[in-house]
Design a protein around this ligand. Structure first.
Ligand code: FNR
Length: 340
């Protein structure tokens, strides 16, 4: 039998989502800038901390030999470039009573390390995860459609809200509620905010599809491969919440222009999974470091062309929506206006 974590890596690398919502948003550039390139500032702030760069390596793997090798490469890349790295779900380590496939603080003293666990795991698991990993924040993932599709997946969901409240109340470091590529809906964000969660990674559709991955693993419901809301659609829907909670964006982010588009729509930072996996699997470490450092330069370059000095300024950039996004957004806007 193949390892589930190895299957995730294999099928994530194989899949290219048929539609990426970042292609349907265009930014209005500015021809007469106020700033020199050297003045552009990439720092951002979320989960109670300042970060040097507005993108991070999002949760992926651990718990298998292959996952461990990928994690070591991601940790080296993150440490060398100053990015935050979030490990994949730590529940595999809790089951096996060992965490050798996850990066250790002692091996990477300068790494900004965060970790991840599923909402189905009771608070004791979360407390142990934080104790063993000393992460800078804990992502709590919600992956309902994935669980439903997996034959071995969770079938009881009534505990999820109670677990969420426990994590919000009892974990001493910031807890980020995170989707896994299906796009978090506004009602979920509002409910979780009422329970005390302040930061959300809305992880939308457009990149990795866990419906596709589970269907490749034998679940045979390929008509659900494109389940969920796209990343840009979720960000548009969440506009009324941008000043109340911290939104992080992930799902289908391919390059610095996608990152900037997410930041224009109010995200505090942007997570990359599949794109980071491709980097470490397809290139030697030195080349991957060079590419990531190049992305930082590219972010500055694009910000300069939008006349924005700070990440915060990007929120003022005008944009045009095309295609599916335009139609769905005007529909959505009509509903919001009707409710006012
Ligand atoms: C993931 N993702 C994920 N998310 C999570 O919260 N816990 C996890 O353990 C994993 N595991 C995992 C494995 C692999 C191989 C991939 C590619 C992804 C989901 C990930 O963090 C992200 O939400 C989605 O992949 C969407 O982003 P991308 O891949 O389109 O950038």
């Amino acid at each position: 039998m193949t390892n589930r974590k190895d299957d995730h890596i294999k099928y994530a690398l194989k899949y290219q989502a048929p539609y990426n919502s970042f292609d349907d948003i265009e930014l209005i550039q500015h021809s007469l800038p106020d700033y020199d390139l050297a003045e552009i500032d990439l720092t951002t702030h979320f989960a109670g901390r300042d970060f040097d760069f507005p993108f991070y390596i999002n949760a992926m793997t651990g718990g298998s030999e292959k996952g461990g090798a990928v994690n070591q490469k991601l940790a080296q890349l993150a440490q060398a470039t100053g990015l935050v790295m979030v490990t994949g779900s730590y529940s595999a380590a809790l089951k096996k009573q060992e965490n050798t496939t996850y990066p250790h603080r002692k091996d990477y003293p300068n790494l900004q390390l965060a970790t991840n666990i599923g909402i189905d795991k009771p608070i004791q698991a979360g407390l142990r995860t934080v104790e063993e990993m000393s992460p800078i924040f804990l992502q709590l993932h919600i992956n309902l459609m994935q669980e439903l599709l997996m034959p071995e997946g969770e079938r009881e969901f009534r505990s999820w809200k109670k677990n969420l409240a426990d994590y919000a109340n009892q974990i001493s470091i910031p807890v980020i509620l995170k989707e896994v590529g299906f796009g978090m809906d506004v009602k979920t964000i509002e409910q979780a905010a009422n329970l005390g969660i302040k930061t959300f990674d809305i992880s939308g559709r457009g990149g990795t599809s866990f419906a596709y991955i589970e269907n490749q693993r034998g679940c045979n419901r390929s008509y659900l491969n494109d389940w969920g809301q796209t990343t840009v659609q979720v960000l548009l829907n969440a506009q009324p919440l941008m000043d109340k909670v911290e939104i992080l964006a992930s799902g289908g982010v391919r390059h610095p222009l996608d990152m900037i588009k997410a930041l224009v729509l109010g995200a505090k930072a942007v997570g990359i999974s599949r794109t980071a996996l491709e980097l470490v699997e397809h290139y030697p470490l030195e080349k991957a470091i060079e590419i990531v450092n190049g992305w930082k330069d590219d972010l500055r370059l694009i910000m300069c062309a939008l006349n924005c000095r700070r990440i915060e300024d990007l929120k003022k950039v005008d944009y045009i929506l095309y295609g599916r996004l335009k139609d769905s957004h005007s529909f959505q806007k009509t509903i919001i206006d009707a409710l006012r």
